[in-house]
Design a protein around this ligand. Structure first.
Ligand code: HEM
Length: 477
């Protein structure tokens, strides 16, 4: 073993620190990291066999890694997603990643996002209608409601297709997504399933294959019909207006999918498989994260009535008293206080609490040479709650993001809910618009009157409230 002078628990020969993990409940992974951090500081290591894994909450070191143009390979933490997402933007690396990042960036242009405002509005209206019968002030688990709304939003914007997850809860695609997240999560809980060889022997592997076939069949069908439509339209010389296609409910809005269909890499169009990987990647990255962010923001607003009232007042100032009045892109941009609240919510509850790279070369972290092949984990959530980085870190205080001292400007590598550098979140503007749209809609219709206990936080690729997320609310009249 190469020696590295980074503190960490004492390893034993061959196994390293693997024994520490035995009997460790994966639900406690966040506490597990906290305990090691308290003991060994903001950069510590564990040995998994002869492979070095570092956990870092040091802002300077994270900056070195995140801003690098070379350290772009993801760690093994991501392998569970490969059968579903393949070589899509989140998981790919090297030239392949670079080429795709380049063609996908224009898909998040202001003008494209502008067309999605209507989708956000429509789907958050459905969300509010689904919540209305529950608005009695008693505690309700809002998580499943928000999940379906976020799924509807990402389907319609990424693929240009309505799946009506919120109204048609029998949808095969929605069921498959829900089931797949159970299998993926299961691999955290049943520790032995983290070993591919053992997982491949299990019934869950068969179940996963079956679900992924359903998901891929769905995306393949959408892609093919969208491709045909596009060709037919080009043949007619008709750029296409906002017309319904009754068959599959597609609209002639420019979806991410259309950008992909029209894109070329080195002069050739993308293959169906390449397009499918991106669509699946967006489906995953684009609904799970936003669900978490919306839910925790609502929880924080329920806990802090004075902040909630200020948010509500801002909304009345911008939009008037009728909660049904539609919201424009401009209106969303004007919601400055709500934006501060959302940013503070993403600090306390970053939907992606840990990200990780696999070092493809030796890396110098302030004189400590970390060998190629090491896994480098960036503890976003632990850094966001480190008192030396954020004073009084457990306190919910949107003023941290007041325009004159916003954290993103003063510490761009300390506050990183969307990561930073070349592999940051491509969807962050989209996400902020969706969050503002949904949260503002709920707050205009309902007064959040009570909050359940602090949920048990678990790390299952993303941050999950273990037993749901409870708030009580009543109509605002
Ligand atoms: C609050 C919501 C969101 C949060 C907190 C979030 C967070 C992140 C983070 C931390 C990363 C870096 C992951 C890594 O290093 O492994 C990332 C990457 C990514 N995100 Fe997001 N995300 C959000 C919403 C979205 C949405 C709505 C989309 C799509 C519409 C999206 C698409 C992606 C993609 C494709 C990547 C990979 C980018 C690349 O590697 O080039 N995200 N996101």
């Amino acid at each position: 073993k190469k020696s590295v002078t980074v503190a960490g628990p004492k390893p034993v020969p061959v196994l390293g620190n693997v024994l520490m993990y035995v009997g460790q409940n994966p639900y406690d992974i966040i506490d597990f990291v906290s305990n090691l951090k308290n003991k060994y500081g903001n950069l510590f290591r564990v040995w998994i066999g002869n492979r070095l894994a570092l956990f870092c909450t040091n802002v300077k070191y994270n900056e070195i890694v995140l801003s690098s143009q070379k350290l772009l390979r993801k760690s093994e933490l991501y392998k569970f997603l490969v059968p579903w997402l393949g070589d899509g933007l989140l998981l790919s690396t090297g030239q392949k990643w670079f080429a795709k990042r380049k063609i996908l960036t224009p898909a998040f242009h202001f003008k494209i996002l502008d067309q999605f405002i209507e989708v956000f509005h429509k789907q958050s209206t459905v969300l509010v209608e689904r919540l209305r019968p529950e608005a009695t002030g008693t505690l309700v688990n809002i998580y499943p409601y928000v999940t379906l709304a976020a799924l509807d939003i990402i389907c319609e914007t990424a693929m240009g297709t309505s799946i009506n997850a919120q109204t048609d809860t029998e949808s095969e695609y929605v069921k498959a997504i829900t089931e797949l997240s159970l299998v993926l999560t299961g691999r955290f809980v049943k520790v032995w399933q983290r070993v591919d060889f053992l997982f491949n022997l299990s019934a869950d592997r068969k179940r996963q294959d079956k679900i992924i076939r359903v998901l891929h069949a769905f995306t393949t069908k959408i892609i093919q019909s969208r491709r045909q439509e596009l060709m037919a339209r080009a043949a007619e010389g008709n750029p296409g207006e906002d017309e319904e296609n009754a068959d599959i409910g597609t609209k002639r809005r420019m979806a991410f999918l259309d950008v992909l269909l029209q894109a070329t890499i080195d002069g050739r169009p993308l293959t169906d498989k390449e397009i499918q990987e991106e669509v699946d990647t967006f489906m995953f990255e684009g609904h799970d994260t936003t669900t978490i962010a919306i839910s925790f923001t609502l929880l924080l607003l329920a806990r802090h009535p004075e902040v909630q009232e200020r948010v509500h007042q801002e909304l009345v100032d911008i939009l008037g008293n009728d909660p049904r009045a539609p919201v424009s892109h401009r209106n969303l941009q004007d919601m400055k206080y709500l934006e501060m609240v959302i940013k503070e919510s993403l600090r306390l509850y970053p939907p992606v609490p840990i990200i990780a790279r696999r070092f493809t070369e030796n890396v110098d972290l302030g004189g400590k040479i970390v060998p190629e092949g090491s896994n480098f984990n960036i503890g976003i959530m632990h850094m966001h709650r480190d008192p030396s980085v954020f004073p009084d870190p457990e306190r919910f205080d949107p003023e941290r993001f007041a325009p004159d001292r916003t954290m993103e400007l003063t510490s761009p590598y300390a506050y990183v809910p969307f990561s930073a550098g070349p592999r940051n979140c491509i969807g962050q503007k989209f996400a902020m618009l969706e969050l503002k749209s949904t949260v503002s809609k709920v707050i205009r219709h309902f007064k959040l009157t009570s909050a359940g206990p602090e949920p048990k936080l678990t790390m299952q690729l993303t941050l999950k409230p273990k037993d749901g997320l409870f708030i009580g609310f009543v109509p605002r009249v």
